[in-house]
Design a protein around this ligand. Structure first.
Ligand code: CA
Length: 301
């Protein structure tokens, strides 16, 4: 199977795609260009919102027009209509060399967000869980590149990638509390596939993994660790993927130009674009960050 170009966004480091079911919008970020990117797939347009610091992840919320952003300067609620933002947390305010990386909402609307050292210093990153406007809880430490994550269909397991490990870990998950325990390796990624980066689950409970420096997205069975399918992407640095489209039957894929030399860019001119493929399986609706309305923040929300 081969993915085709959806739109050449020219991303330096495209990342974190997600599908907004209510609007048919695909959202993603360009971490290095500090952009939030939005495309209405019916128009195939591209709207870019630029920020002053690196934006590593976006989450939809249960309030239309409000998104949650993971900026280097902190986790913020951002109003897409009027451009106003308000910081809600910054667990790494005092760790100067770190930035946030991949993040995603769990099935009941907590936002999980990882961090890493900007120079990829080993074990300098952590994984946090933000519930409403409470202080984020640190769930994992000693991570190198905290990256893709998702939850299984019965919400009892959480899958997680630290790219440096070349594997997918599975944790037992208590959805009532957001606690994780009993980590074990469920997928080992061979080096030839490229480094495991972003990840999403499909409606059959199988995992789709984007491979940096691998030019592909692969589908795996986390129950037995077996590789099921490989989607070739005509861009070496494949960063993340999500299901979208009206029927949730399209896999959208982000890529990067960063890290490619002049020859590689010449050979792979679609790098930095958004790709798509219809793999014959559907995805799940995007989880929304739940803003608890009984907790007022600066009187605004
Ligand atoms: Ca990533």
């Amino acid at each position: 199977m081969k993915a085709e170009l959806y739109i050449q966004a020219g991303n330096s480091l495209g990342e974190g795609p997600l599908w907004e079911f209510a609007t048919n919008n695909l959202l993603w970020v360009d971490i290095e260009k500090k952009l939030l990117c939005i495309s209405d797939v019916r128009k195939k347009n591209l709207i870019e919102v630029d920020f002053k610091s690196r934006l590593s992840a976006v989450a939809l919320t249960n309030k239309s027009n409000l998104v949650l952003l993971a900026l280097e300067t902190g986790l913020e609620l951002f109003d897409l209509k009027n451009g106003e933002s308000v910081e809600i947390a910054n667990p790494e305010r005092n760790i100067e060399n770190n930035r946030f990386n991949d993040g995603k909402c769990d099935p009941v609307g907590r936002f999980w967000i990882g961090s890493m050292d900007r120079t990829v210093k080993p074990e300098a990153g952590s994984l946090y869980c933000l519930e409403g406007f409470n202080a984020p809880q640190r769930k994992l430490k000693h991570l190198t590149i905290s990256n893709g994550m998702d939850w299984n269909l019965d919400k009892k397991q959480m899958y997680f990638i630290d790219t440096a490990d070349y594997e997918v870990k599975c944790f037992d998950y208590k959805v009532e509390t957001g606690s994780i325990c009993n980590p074990r390796k469920v997928i080992t990624v061979p080096e030839g596939y490229g480094a495991p980066d972003g990840m999403c689950i499909d409606a059959e409970g199988m995992l789709w993994i984007a491979h940096w420096a691998g030019g592909n997205v692969s589908r795996w069975n986390p129950e037995n660790g077996k590789l099921l399918e490989t989607v070739i992407v005509p861009a070496p640095h494949v960063t993340s993927c999500c299901f979208g489209g009206e029927n949730l039957d399209t896999l959208f894929i982000t890529t990067a130009r960063k890290g490619l030399n002049a020859q590689q860019l010449k050979d792979n001119p679609q790098s930095g674009g958004i790709f798509f493929v219809q793999p014959g399986v559907k995805g799940l609706r995007t989880n929304l960050f739940q803003i608890h309305l009984n907790k007022k923040l600066n009187g605004n929300y």
